[in-house]
Design a protein around this ligand. Structure first.
Ligand code: ZN
Ligand code: ZN
Length: 411
């Protein structure tokens, strides 16, 4: 596992640069039990930073799996009001939320995908208010990762447990620049500025559409919503408190026009969804909607994502990540979206981020619908970037601009 010094450094980064808890603010930590050491360090750092209260919600993915295995759908889908309140009340009152993830790969493998989907829908409905608060950046939130044995074995199958855990821990720490001899908080200030450079360039171009092509077979035109806003790195709450929602993050992203995707996209990294792994798949879009799809395996899982609700066959995010970004260069497949999406250009099926369009965070859902912002209860990123990715932007006046050549920015 990680050394005490590294954990303390990592906790400081998560609390200060991640959620950036403010004096007298409540901080909520959601974390699996196998991240206990990190949680303890984050609680301490939260109080040092001035939090008036730190609330910890522990869970366990393997026990959670047992609930799915043994409980009936009726029990799993009846989510009592007190559980909803427990989650949403702190957010309503302005608490910030730190999610520490430590996924057990394929923990739900073998559980009926219909059951998973029904429960997923019930949970998304029940917890809708809390996801709307965070997706609209009304409070600070952040996701960081932490190693565990099962995950390490999946990523480094040829190593002993001990070596694998060490390697995964190092890879996670490297991805967020938590090193023995540096100041990660200072690093992140510079990193956020570097991402802002591309955000500004792309916002200035105000492209009408982007055309993605590569040798994997992707040939996709993505129209962007009018008045779209590119984002990347840190972002601000309405009160102007800065936070980093994902650590690591290497992407700049914006809102596609819901009805404006046409062509084919081929995945280049496996997608871990609902505890199952879809290793290779392709989707074809017509006027924004997925019209055909095929996966080499777990087609039913892909289907359950696409058919999750009315909006899950449309997209809510298009993100650019250079091939030569640090996580991509590490050549490690994490089997986890927090990491893998930062190694590759990606698209999200499902809900768009209101902050990706001008005045979006103050628009009603109806207003967002009218401008072509996708609405869904889900948001799942999948990766399609590659070494040979070409992206050509078309401006509002019809000029073309090369944005990516050979997998990297050329603007
Ligand atoms: Zn993204
Ligand atoms: Zn996303």
């Amino acid at each position: 596992m990680l050394s005490k010094t590294i954990i303390e450094k990592y906790a400081k980064l998560a609390v200060r640069s991640g959620v950036n808890v403010q004096p007298s603010q409540t901080m909520v930590i959601n974390a699996p039990v196998n991240t206990r050491d990190m949680v303890e360090a984050c609680v301490k750092e939260g109080y040092i930073a001035g939090a008036k209260e730190v609330i910890v919600n522990f869970y366990d993915e393997k026990i959670n799996r047992m609930h799915y295995e043994y409980q009936g759908v009726d029990t799993l889908t009846s989510i009592p009001e007190y559980l909803v309140e427990q989650k949403v009340a702190p957010l309503r009152n302005g608490a910030c939320v730190l999610h520490i993830i430590s996924e057990i790969p394929e923990v739900m493998a073998g559980i009926d995908s219909n059951k998973l989907q029904e429960v997923g829908i019930a949970r998304q409905k029940a917890f809708r208010e809390s996801s709307e608060i965070t997706m609209a950046s009304k409070v600070q939130w952040s996701i960081v990762g932490y190693p565990n044995r099962d995950w390490a074995r999946k990523v480094f199958p040829n190593d002993t447990d001990e070596v694998a855990i060490k390697k995964l821990g190092d890879a996670i720490c490297n991805s967020v620049q938590v090193l023995e001899d540096n100041d990660p908080v200072a690093f992140w200030q510079e990193h956020d500025e570097a991402l802002r450079k591309y955000v500004n360039i792309l916002n200035n171009y105000n492209f009408k559409s982007l055309h993605f092509t590569n040798g994997e077979g992707t040939d996709l035109v993505v129209e962007l919503v009018n008045d779209h806003i590119w984002a990347g790195g840190d972002e601000a709450t309405p009160e102007g408190v800065m936070f980093n929602a994902n650590m690591p993050t290497e992407e700049v992203f914006t809102m596609p026009y819901k009805y404006g995707l046409n062509g084919k996209v081929v995945s280049t990294k496996p997608l871990s969804y609902n505890g199952s792994l879809i290793s290779k798949f392709e989707l074809t879009f017509k006027d924004g909607k997925v019209v055909t799809y095929k996966a080499e395996d777990n087609q039913d899982v892909l289907q359950s994502l696409i058919e999750f609700d009315e909006g899950s066959c449309y997209t809510g995010e298009i993100a650019l990540v250079p091939y030569h970004s640090p996580i991509s260069m590490s050549n490690i497949l994490f089997y986890n979206t927090l990491y893998d999406e930062n190694a590759s250009c990606h698209i999200a099926l499902g809900r768009a981020y209101p902050m990706n369009v001008k005045n979006g965070t103050t628009m009603s859902q109806e207003e967002l619908d009218n401008i072509g912002s996708n609405n869904s209860m889900t948001h799942v990123d999948f990766m399609f970037g590659s070494k040979d990715m070409e992206i050509v932007g078309t401006t509002q006046t019809g000029e073309t601009v090369q944005v990516f050549a050979n997998g990297d920015f050329v603007i």
